[in-house]
Design a protein around this ligand. Sequence first.
Ligand code: AMP
Ligand code: GLY
Length: 439
Amino acid sequence: MKVLVIGSGAREHAIARALHRSPSEVALYAYVQSHHPGIISLATAYQVGDMICVPDIVAAAMRWQVDLAIIGPEAPLAQGLADALWQAAIPVIGPTKTLARIETSKAFARGLLQKYAIPGAVRFQTFHDMRGVEEFLQDLGKEGFVIKADGLMGGKGVKVAGDHLHSFTEAWHYCQQLYDEGHAFIIEEKLIGQEFSLMGFCDGHTLTPMPVVQDHKRAFVDDRGPNTGGMGSYTDANHSLPFLTAHDVAQAQKINELTIAALQQECGEKYIGILYGSFIATRHGVAVIEFNARFGDPEALNVLSILETDFVVICAAMIEGNLAITPVEFSSLATVCKYVVPEGYPDNSVKNSVIDVAAVQDKSHLYLAAVSEVAGKIQALGSRAAAVVGIASTLVEAEVLAEEEVRRIKGQVFHRADIGTAALIQRRIAQIQNLRAGV
Ligand code: AMP
Ligand code: GLY
């Protein structure tokens, strides 16, 4: 079976590894953005190109006569790559452009929840100009709003009152900036609680859940600093998180299922791919932060590292509509993922500095991200550079493994040492307990 993976981050490295581990005979083909040595070393053939250049990607897929394509990142989904591949009779894991609006337009996603009365909705308004901005900000209160650009911003278009915006004036200026840059934007109610992600495999009927993950969006220790693509993430051995109840997880799965049903009804198309629900457990229950139409990065690293079922079998079930009769198993192990990112990330990253991963002991859990191999050296291009995943029976042990390994990556990089630590998790549990107790 010839499988094409599109993308060259750590997520796609994890996807490529999951395919490579498969007992089915898989020949991997890769369409990558840079000379990613991890993915390229697993591939029968590869092509370096632009992720949004749909005709190039389709031409490569046809030349290689692949049987299946897996789209990693959101940018090609937004360009209609899935539509173009299906038209070329190539089955695809990844939704069509119309369905991918669940990620590519935050206004569409919020509107869908509202229209179909799906639980977990928040107060929001969409703006195409500055009319009504001031009134809605005042309405939500000085500490009570979040402003989001309505487009793909790599996790960096969101600013939160109290954290990034300290007055109505600053908020107004941010809206003005988005407007000047040509973005529509949404303003929504700010939620207080603990965030988590629940992803599912979807075949157009069934949505099979994966373990629940917590990502860390903020650049610096203690959740300070700008939002990033995600600095690291963890899963617990029971596939939930220490601060969630079984009811919270069930609620998130219900919201994902209702959203898929609403989305398919709204668009009149089947959703074949991954749905990623981003949630926040609040005092009043589970609410939706956003949806993504693909695996999360880093979340994919956590879950694919402990996937026991043959990933090729799951992909085939997604294409054939057989998920309902396909058991999907994950090991009962905890995982902690930590990224190294270039100094200055995300706003002023050092570019093209060399990183050295030779000292990492377990290379099978090292995932390379925005890097390129040049003359035998690994250059960090400016975005997240490499991640390690620690896997053990408890979170404490998994964190120690991940921290030891991440420190072995040398270069002009930094990481968040607090991700997955008992101290940080304890604080998260205490926050939820206080919220639920009304403190
Ligand atoms: P998004 O790109 O929508 O996932 O937002 C990026 C980050 O901004 C989230 O991971 C949250 O930390 C924060 N955020 C987004 N929406 C909200 C909200 N309504 N309330 C509180 N924080 C939010
Ligand atoms: N981890 C966040 C994302 O993949 O968008």
